[in-house]
Design a protein around this ligand. Structure first.
Ligand SMILES: Nc1nc2c(ncn2[C@@H]2O[C@H](COP(=O)(O)OP(=O)(O)OP(=O)(O)O)[C@@H](O)[C@H]2O)c(=O)[nH]1
Ligand SMILES: [Mg+2]
Ligand SMILES: [Zn+2]
Length: 320
């Protein structure tokens, strides 16, 4: 065969035309994907993936594994592989709608700051409940320890340790705790969640120097009212380490958990459920309540229990 007879090369070598990829980011411009060799490219979704409303919604989210078809040089997302797990929240807005934040996450890193903004256990506890609901292990990264008293940071971490939750004192500004976080996230896919301004992106910049991060995309006010971008961004560091940055949340609404099941997602009293005198005990003031017994003995932390009661009241209010 002469060289001239060779068929015209319409496709580059195999690795630049991957048939499978992982979603790095979803936004209005398309779906940013990572091929197996780690290079990034943009695809669009097939109409059939979009559903009736012609919006991607939860059909394709960060962390999803997708299969592709190529039309010339245009990549189309054909299908999304079944998710091993998904971390969701209730979408902001009046109507109860799910927002899937990311798929196939190995670990949630709940980032909070000691100061600026002040530590708020409400959001932290909610994110732990949501992670437990999704079956995803979670750890606490208590950042900005340079701005507060060391004793206060230790006390917060001790509260969580008593609940079986691992927490680390961090300071992204000085690098304190970054080595621990690096070890904790190594070889896994970790989703970083927390209030705006607690230092998620700064911590990620420490762990992944030189990588592009989410920036200035929260709470943009557009002419059509407030628009909060929901895009998450996956950073691949190699050797199985992947970090997902998310925009800060103002309020974290639970998804899939209601007032009657909430108690199942607090690890520290799992062993006590079913041991109250009354089968339908609400752990309020009923006699023979196993949880209250443990509270009085100091085995359950008062603050965590108070936050459970507050959250349950809120979830029960939602139903009426
Ligand atoms: N003093 C101090 N400042 C910090 C620390 N970590 C982050 N900051 C600062 O806190 C501010 C917010 O940090 P970001 O990393 O943008 O916070 P974020 O959680 O990503 O915020 P959103 O993207 O809005 O959700 C920045 O000005 C950081 O420089 C810290 O450990 N100590
Ligand atoms: Mg950020
Ligand atoms: Zn009880």
């Amino acid at each position: 065969m002469e060289l001239n007879d060779a068929p015209e090369q319409t496709r580059a070598p195999e690795q630049t035309w991957p048939l499978q990829a992982v979603v790095r980011r979803v936004d209005f411009g398309g779906i940013a994907l990572l091929g197996e060799d780690g290079h990034e490219f943009i695809a669009i979704a097939r109409g059939k993936l979009m559903g009736k409303k012609k919006s991607l919604g939860n059909a394709v989210v960060v962390g999803d594994r997708v299969t592709l078809a190529w039309e010339g040089e245009r990549a189309m997302v054909e299908a999304v592989a079944p998710r091993r797990c998904a971390f969701s929240r209730r979408a902001s807005g009046e109507r109860p709608l799910e927002q899937v934040v990311a798929a196939d996450v190995d670990q949630v890193v709940v980032v909070a700051s000691l100061r600026r903004p002040d530590f708020k256990p409400g959001l932290v506890d909610r994110v732990f409940v949501q992670a437990a609901y999704a079956g995803i292990p979670a750890v606490l990264a208590l950042n900005k320890t340079d701005l507060g008293e060391e004793a206060e940071a230790s006390e917060i971490l001790a509260d969580y340790a008593a609940a079986g939750i691992t927490g680390h004192a961090m300071c992204a500004a000085t690098g304190r705790g970054v080595d621990v976080l690096e070890a904790t996230t190594r070889g896994k896919r970790s989703l970083f969640v927390g209030h705006s301004g607690v230092g998620k992106s700064t911590l990620l910049a420490r762990l992944a120097p030189g990588h592009e991060l989410l920036q200035g995309e929260v709470n943009e006010t557009t002419g059509k009212g407030r628009h909060t971008t929901t895009a998450a961004l996956l950073l691949r560091l190699g050797q199985g380490t992947e970090l997902i940055d998310t925009p800060g949340v103002r309020a974290f609404g639970l998804w899939g958990v209601d007032g009657s099941t909430l108690e199942e997602y607090y690890p520290e009293w799992q062993h006590l459920l079913g041991q109250c005198r009354f089968g339908d005990c609400r752990h309020d003031r009923e006699p023979g309540c196993a949880l209250h017994g443990a509270l009085e003995r100091g085995e359950i932390h008062k603050r965590r229990f108070a936050s459970f009661q507050k959250l349950r009241a809120e979830l029960e209010g939602e139903r009426t």
